[in-house]
Design a protein. Structure first.
Length: 223
């Protein structure tokens, strides 16, 4: 476990272990690099069969993401929030926010799936993806590890249009609106519960388990 003794900490590594349906273990390790403004500039994703490097560059109105065979342009609105994503020159995602700068809807133009999100006091309470409904319970003693959206529905489906989870990285940096305040303890999908359990230091999660088959470890660097 990494000791977290400061509020000025950033995730530099994420380790994911998942027990697959065939009983085998699937492992993913991600290393994160930051620019001088504390924005993620490079992600190295390591799996058993390959290493993928994704780079992020920032301008006034856009964020450009590049990986082998892939170019994504995220267009920003006047509040510096992502309003659309263009993948390999094809517009694929649109995002809408409320007056509190919270993400309230996303539209995947490729498969016409529409995501809607509802909040109370800064926390997501309900979400829907076409006909699928979600609700959420929270642990108010732990801050939500925003890297956790990589593995939690409906974020996982909403942000994984390009398969590289690039939008998850931008969510952690605030480019997809105000982040969830407390740690999600339960995701309820059409009556079926997925529990999340955390190990934390000073409210920051260092390890967490999603359901019965996936565990995450976050390594921080603190100033």
């Amino acid at each position: 476990m990494t000791l977290i003794d400061s509020n000025d900490c950033k995730v530099i590594e994420r380790r994911e272990n998942e027990t697959l349906d065939n009983g085998k273990e699937g492992k993913i390790v991600q290393h994160f690099k930051y620019d001088n403004l504390e924005r993620i500039s490079k992600v190295e994703t390591i799996t058993e069969d390959k290493t993928l490097v994704t780079t992020y560059s920032y301008s006034e109105n856009q964020i450009n993401v590049a990986a082998p065979g892939l170019k994504i342009v995220y267009n920003l609105n006047k509040d510096k929030l992502i309003e659309s994503a263009v993948v390999n020159e094809v517009k694929k995602l649109q995002f809408v926010y409320n007056s509190n700068k919270q993400l309230v809807s996303a539209h995947n133009l490729t498969n016409n799936r529409k995501f809607n999100l509802e909040y109370i006091e800064g926390n997501l309470t309900k979400a829907s993806v076409n006909e699928t409904r979600y609700s959420f319970k929270y642990d108010e003693y732990i801050d939500f590890p925003s890297f956790g959206t990589i593995s939690i529905e409906p974020f996982n489906e909403m942000f994984s249009e390009n398969g590289l989870e690039t939008a998850h990285v931008l969510y952690t940096s605030g480019f997809l609106g105000e982040k969830i305040k407390y740690a999600i303890s339960t995701v309820i999908q059409m009556g079926s519960d997925t529990k999340l359990a955390y190990v934390h230091t000073n409210r920051k999660a260092t390890n967490y388990i999603i359901g019965n088959n996936k565990s995450i470890e976050l390594l921080y660097k603190c100033k």
